[in-house]
Design a protein around this ligand. Structure first.
Ligand code: NAD
Length: 438
């Protein structure tokens, strides 16, 4: 099938590459010419394991990237995978997605002008919202597409197909999803979505959920709200354990043996970050409030999460006064395997250290450049060993494997105080070790 993917970030590039890999003919669209040039060059503008290999294989063949929307009218399906960032009140900013949706509508209208336009089966267009949006946002995007499409608006259907991939394992998650959710009430649109996914679903046991567009996007929010709350509950319990001098990991490992609970997402630490959990939980809270409902559990999940970086800093304070001294922040990405620093817990940790007048040095194997944009004035090291050399404290924020291998490097610290927010460094002789919840 012919597919256009508008928005080529973590989700759009993964989607475009995996669809090309599944045999489809894909055009990736982005407003950023650097992103487009990178894809056409056979690599991604972002760090995502396995993605470069797919791009190198398919770019220039079944996959091309462009800043123009010229592939849209001839596509059997057009995905919208543009970012939906947070507004200051937590609600999502639909401006970029709406603009892209309207441009897609206009491209369809232009090609259909005075003719059938050769625009696919029965001259009907399917625009699929991949971006994460609230149920109320579906009508906004549908209106934007139809406004752009003008006289041919009734030939355009807008469906939703939320994405559950995780950064760091995006390609694997897309190819082996836990579930696929189609949100459309038009039979022909559902048929087209199923045909598109068929080669992908053939190799998985993933169940397909078929529902209406608004329910589909709500499943995505409920999913992330549940996972974020699960980690926050593990963190809340972890803090209680620490207060008693009990190892929260031992407790939660046993709790996770209960199959009503499950073992995953029970690792307590410095909290969740990234571009999805904080944004999605905030968007759902804001949307609920707009409907007159106070989501107390979700508020509490955020409050616990917000408190964890400060708890880490207080543990550091209990061992050393950092004013004027070098402190290393190990890990800047919001989790291992990605260069994404959006809402990384490293941000409040660095801010807290700067408030304490520490000389902050950050290290991350892949996310240094993205963090440098936010904190241009702190120092960045080339290795974890270089970061901790001469430091009076090391705060472990991201569980990159290489931090587990640190050993003799701790000897070069001025004061070997290690505050571990991810249980990745081993407790050992010669360092003052504090686990956040153990
Ligand atoms: P991103 O910020 O990485 O990428 C968005 C891309 O859209 C950028 O490359 C940007 O240049 C491009 N863009 C912006 N306006 C455009 C326009 N008018 N036309 C064409 N391109 C435009 O975003 P992302 O992380 O890929 O997320 C995209 C959506 O998917 C969001 O709604 C997000 O919540 C959702 N989502 C993200 C993840 C994730 O792990 N990142 C997972 C599931 C769902």
């Amino acid at each position: 099938m012919r597919v256009s993917v508008v928005g080529s970030g973590y989700v759009g590039t993964t989607l475009a590459a995996c669809l090309a890999d599944a045999g489809h003919d894909v055009t990736a669209v982005d407003i950023d010419p650097d992103v487009v040039a990178a894809i056409n060059d056979g690599h991604a503008a972002i760090h995502e394991p396995g993605l470069d290999e797919l791009l190198a294989e398919h770019a220039g063949d079944r996959l091309r990237a462009t800043t123009a929307y010229d592939g849209v009218p001839d596509a059997d399906l057009t995905f919208l995978a543009v970012g939906t960032p947070s507004n200051s009140d937590g609600s999502i900013d639909l401006a970029g997605l709406s603009a892209a949706a309207e441009t897609v509508g206009k491209a369809i209208a232009r090609a259909s002008d005075g003719a059938t336009g050769g625009t696919g089966e029965n001259d009907r267009h399917l625009v699929v919202i991949k971006s994460t949006i609230t149920p109320g946002g579906v009508a906004t995007i549908r209106d934007a597409v139809r406004r752009g499409a003008g006289p041919v608006a009734d030939r355009v259907e807008v469906a939703t197909n939320p994405e559950f991939l995780r950064e760091g394992t995006a390609v694997a998650d897309f190819k082996q999803p836990d579930k696929v959710v189609f949100g459309t009430e038009a039979t022909w649109a559902l048929d087209r979505l199923e045909a598109l996914y068929e080669p992908l679903l053939e190799t998985t046991d993933a169940p397909v959920v078929r529902t209406d567009p608004e329910t589909a996007v709500t499943i995505k929010y409920a999913n992330n709200a549940f996972l974020a709350s699960k980690v926050s509950l593990a963190n809340d319990l972890g803090n209680v354990c620490k207060a008693f001098g009990i190892d929260a990991y031992e407790v939660m490992d046993a709790v996770g043996l209960d199959d009503r609970i499950g073992a995953r997402f029970l690792r307590s630490g410095v909290g969740w970050g990234g571009s999805c959990f904080p944004k999605d939980v905030d968007a759902l809270r804001a949307a609920a409030r707009e409907q007159g409902y106070e989501p107390a559990m979700l508020d509490a999940a955020v409050a616990v999460n917000d408190g964890q970086p400060e708890r880490m800093l207080e543990l550091l304070d209990s061992h050393v006064d950092v004013a004027g001294d070098r402190v290393a922040v190990l890990g800047l990405a919001f989790k291992p395997g990605t260069d994404d620093t959006r809402n990384s817990r490293a941000i409040p940790v660095i801010e807290g250290l700067l408030e304490r007048d520490a000389a902050v040095v950050g290290y991350d194997p892949v996310a240094t450049e993205t963090m440098r944009e936010r904190f241009p004035d702190i120092e960045y090291a080339e290795s974890a060993g270089e970061a901790i050399e001469g430091a009076v404290g090391a705060l472990v924020v991201t569980d990159w494997d290489e931090f587990a291998a640190l050993d003799g490097e701790f000897d070069a610290m001025a004061e070997p105080v290690v505050i571990d927010g991810r249980r990745i460094v081993e407790r050992r002789e010669g360092i003052t070790y504090e686990g956040l919840t153990w």
